[in-house]
Every structure is written in structure tokens, then in C-alpha cells.
Ligand binder design. Structure first.
Ligand code: KIV
Length: 288
């Protein structure tokens, strides 16, 4: 007889769903594990400030990533490489303050964990104590195994990140990862390695959809896809891409749900024209 999965044997309880559920307390990594058992898909968005984060929290987004994509999308750098731990701590603290329910994951920036597990623990402790995040994320598969293991043993939940790892842009560029037999086998080894080290989830960035599906089936922790096709357990997008605020080209895998760049630009022009034309402020905006 084939064994029934947990999702088949337990009655589904939609009030516990990560998205659309009724809970009001902060989501934890245990809730994330239970969602995988239930076979539930969930959304994750990046956030870099309290106000945007509060909008996503009220919309029910269960997990927010204070990604080092803040480098490109918030701080005006060309890549994520220059982002510092001080900057990540400040941005992560703001996102924590702006939210009540979402699990907040803070990214460890380039140079804050590559030296080894002890440096990783020092940096992660800063994000957990200084900013109040519920988990941290770091890049790398087998090469980050020991860092993940020490953080998890120390009580810090870790989301891993494999496939395209933007902190290594100077070495790998922005190219699809895991193409070809050897690269696909390495990606699978990386995924198993971070799971064995104790990661509670793993981001798969820019990998073929078929490979992402295979990794998702092979792991008991959830996979979070970005440019990894439809079969991962969760999906993440950078919020400025998803809401159409990013200027210039965005990657092919982004779906634009709004055009904030046009909305904001038009509003700024309307304000400027009112001021120049003397139609703002009016009597209703004035005090006497
Ligand atoms: O920094 C970030 O926003 C990320 C996501 C793209 C996964 O790592």
C-alpha cells in the first residue's frame, strides 16, 4: 500500500493558511513547515521600509524579505555588492516596525558571512537582535553549509538562496543557472546541502522550471522560486519590479501588477502644475 502524505491524511484547515488565514500573531518558520506539509503555496515580497511593508502586511503577504536588492531598488547602487550590514539592519528594523503578522527575513549582505560560520553568526545576531527579524537569508549552497549549520544550531532560522546568487555577479554575471547535466546535478547537491544544514526554506533564482520542480519534489523544506517556473512551493518578487516602480528593463520572469512609476510621475506633475498655476493650496487646504 502506498503511504499517504501528511497533506492527504490531515483535514485541511483553511483558517491556518499562510495567505488568507485568520491568524493575527506573527508567522513563524514552524507555520512555513506546516504549509509545506499541507501542500500550500505562498507568496513572498521584498520590502525595504515600514510604510510599504505595512501595506503588504495588511494585504496578507505572509513572508517579507528585506532583500539586499535594496541596493539596486532603494539605495541607488548598481548591484547588491556594496550593501552593508548597517544598511540591512536599519532597513530590516523599519520593516519589522511596519508589520504585525508577516515573518520578516533579513538578508545578510556580501562580505558579512563569507569568512566563515563565526562571522555569519555575528552578522546574523545583529539582524536578529538589532532589527528584530525572525530569520535571515544568505546565498550559497554547499559553500555556505557550515554557516547555515551554526546559525540554525544557535537558534537563528535560515533561508538559503541558490541558483543565480546576485552577490556573485562579478564572478557569474546574471545568467540562468543549472543548465546542462553537471550544473543541474550541482544545483540539486546545493539544495540538499542547505536542507541538511537546517535551512527552513531555499530560494531558487533563475533556474529552468523543470529543474526547480525536481528540486521541489526532492526536498522536505519549501522552495521559493524567482524565475524558476510555477512548481516551487512559494514565489517571491522584488516589490518595485512587481508594482512597476523600477525604471528601465525588468527581468522576463517579472509580472507587473501595477504601473506605480507612471502613477507617481503623473501625480508629481499634477502637483507641480497646481503650484505653478496657483491652484494649490486652495481655501480648503489653508488654516486661519
Ligand atoms: O535580495 C533579494 O531581493 C533577493 C530576492 C530576489 C530573492 O534575494
Amino acid at each position: 500500500m502506498t503511504q499517504l502524505s501528511a497533506a492527504q491524511t490531515k483535514p485541511s484547515d483553511s483558517s491556518k493558511a499562510l495567505y488568507g488565514g485568520k491568524g493575527t500573531r506573527r508567522i513563524t518558520v514552524r507555520d512555513i513547515a506546516l504549509a509545506k506539509e499541507r501542500g500550500e503555496k505562498w507568496p513572498m515580497l521584498t520590502a525595504y521600509d515600514a510604510m510599504t511593508a505595512s501595506v503588504f502586511d495588511e494585504a496578507g503577504i505572509p513572508v517579507m524579505l528585506v532583500g539586499d536588492s535594496a541596493g539596486n531598488c532603494h539605495l541607488g547602487y548598481d548591484t547588491t555588492v556594496p550593501v552593508t550590514l548597517d544598511e540591512m539592519t536599519m532597513l530590516s528594523a523599519a520593516v519589522v516596525r511596519g508589520t504585525r503578522r508577516a515573518l520578516i527575513v533579513g538578508d545578510l549582505p556580501f562580505g558579512s558571512y563569507q569568512e566563515g560560520p563565526v562571522q555569519a553568526l555575528r552578522s546574523a545576531t545583529r539582524l536578529v537582535k538589532g532589527a528584530g527579524v525572525g530569520a535571515v537569508k544568505l546565498e550559497g549552497g554547499e559553500r555556505s553549509h557550515e554557516q547555515i549549520r551554526l546559525l540554525v544550531e544557535s537558534g537563528i532560522p535560515v533561508m538559503a538562496h541558490i541558483g543565480l546568487t546576485p552577490q556573485s555577479v562579478n564572478a557569474m554575471g546574471y545568467r540562468v543557472q543549472g543548465r546542462g547535466e553537471e550544473a543541474a546535478a550541482q544545483l540539486l547537491r546545493d539544495a540538499k546541502s542547505v536542507q541538511d544544514a537546517g535551512a527552513f526554506a531555499v530560494v531558487l533564482e533563475l533556474v529552468p522550471a523543470e529543474l526547480a520542480a525536481e528540486v521541489t519534489r526532492a526536498l522536505h523544506i519549501p522552495t521559493v522560486g524567482i524565475g524558476a517556473g510555477p512548481e516551487t512551493d512559494a514565489q517571491v518578487l522584488v516589490w518595485t519590479d512587481m508594482l512597476g516602480l523600477t525604471g528601465g528593463r525588468v527581468p522576463k520572469f517579472v509580472k507587473k501588477y501595477a504601473d506605480l512609476r507612471t502613477v507617481m510621475g503623473d501625480a508629481a506633475k499634477a502637483f507641480a502644475e497646481d503650484v505653478v498655476g496657483g491652484t494649490f493650496p486652495l481655501e480648503e487646504h489653508s488654516v486661519h
